[in-house]
Design a protein around this ligand. Sequence first.
Ligand SMILES: NC(=O)c1ccc[n+]([C@@H]2O[C@H](COP(=O)([O-])OP(=O)(O)OC[C@H]3O[C@@H](n4cnc5c(N)ncnc54)[C@H](OP(=O)(O)O)[C@@H]3O)[C@@H](O)[C@H]2O)c1
Length: 256
Amino acid sequence: MKLLEGKTAVVTGCNRGIGRAVLDCFAEQGADVFACVRTVGEEFKAHMGELSAAHGVEIIPLVFDLCDEEAMKKAVGEMRKSRRPIDILVNNAGKITPNVMFQMTPIDNMRDIFEVNFFAQMRFTQYISRLMQRNGKGSIVNLASMAGLDGAPGQLEYVSTKAAIVGATKTLAREFGPDNIRVNAVAPGVIDTDMGNEMDSEYAESIIKRSSLGRKGSPEEVAHTILFLASDLSSYVTGQVIRVDGGVKIGNRDIR
Ligand SMILES: NC(=O)c1ccc[n+]([C@@H]2O[C@H](COP(=O)([O-])OP(=O)(O)OC[C@H]3O[C@@H](n4cnc5c(N)ncnc54)[C@H](OP(=O)(O)O)[C@@H]3O)[C@@H](O)[C@H]2O)c1
């Protein structure tokens, strides 16, 4: 049996990286997907067609920048018009900024990244959670980060947005519990995507070295944890942040 048969999911930032792996995995598991993207190239258009044909699902592209409130409203209007009950929301899209030490970080840079990684996600969640409330159920999965749990030197603004996502995940799990809406997050470590590869390479290497598994993660490995949280397999799990980091926190056999 497919894990998401008959469900409709909304996934942001699914043209590349972790979001794309989520899109592929959800389609394979039978979900129709509102694919929320800022950029749609010919390759991605063809990919959506291939997914629909291979798995018998509908992939509906909604093209907007998450920071454009009017465009977001329009996209939500499209979802409403479709009259499909929304079962799953994956708040995946996000950005990272180059490494700068705290005292050199302009406050405006902090505001900028909060706009994408936090405020836009919360605005979108307000809209989609209303649709879920009408439907009497739902599962929301947020993309936090190992950095939001442990801190990361030179990354104060990114780390703070992800720590805010952790706080929001726990708070929304409590607020939405009575509506039968679960809210969880995943906290990836170093993942092999454009963003993961933009990280300071020495720092990324040091994290990988002290992890139990001693390697980068793949976007598919993150997507599989998101699939668990999105599906009914996790029906009694809410308010949790699952690390998908190859065991960074527990360390490797050389760390005693
Ligand atoms: N990779 C890692 O090592 C890692 C580790 C921890 C957490 N994460 C988190 O996992 C999530 C996905 O990361 P990733 O590695 O897949 O990143 P990625 O490869 O850089 O992809 C980022 C995605 O977010 C979209 N996006 C960014 N700003 C947007 C905006 N204003 N409006 C709409 N879409 C926007 C991008 O769209 P465009 O293609 O149009 O730019 C792209 O689809 C992020 O939230 C990230 O913080 C990643």
